[in-house]
Design a protein around this ligand. Sequence first.
Ligand SMILES: Cc1cc2nc3c(=O)[nH]c(=O)nc-3n(C[C@H](O)[C@H](O)[C@H](O)COP(=O)(O)O)c2cc1C
Length: 149
Amino acid sequence: MKTAICYYSVHHGNTRKVVEAMAEGTDTDLIDLKNQPSPELEVYDCIGFASGIYGFDLHPSVTACMQNALPRGKKVFFVYTYGAKPGIAVKTFRKLSEQQGATVLGEYGCKGYDTFGPFKLVGGLAKGHPTEDELKQGRDFFLDCLKKI
Ligand SMILES: Cc1cc2nc3c(=O)[nH]c(=O)nc-3n(C[C@H](O)[C@H](O)[C@H](O)COP(=O)(O)O)c2cc1C
């Protein structure tokens, strides 16, 4: 069983930290969509998509990757970090998964340090997130997904 996580993490590397904690010590390919916007995913049985929340939703790069590069019939899961609220990202992920005939294994989200716009003036939101505990919860979620394959 081959697994990959395609991620987009641009603000503080919060989402990257979560997926790195997930992948550590496992045979999982981490694919940075900034460098590889349209990866070859046919070889993977299980594919995670991970994104910070930008404007109440997942990043357009993640949406585009799911629409253009996700082969039909794969097992997928979603990972996201957000400063205050995850907005409609889970709904979007579920809709895109359905469009591609993918089976959703689950979603994991946690807060991520946020200094976007005016929040910078007050020292940012969700300082210190993701915490060690959140990284561990993310990893437990991922290991559970692997068990479902
Ligand atoms: C342009 C921009 C828009 C954002 N919009 C939201 C938002 O709508 N809701 C929210 O809770 N956080 C929002 N955030 C905060 C990020 O979701 C949060 O910091 C996240 O952890 C960033 O992940 P990253 O460091 O992996 O890029 C926004 C951040 C940026 C830079």
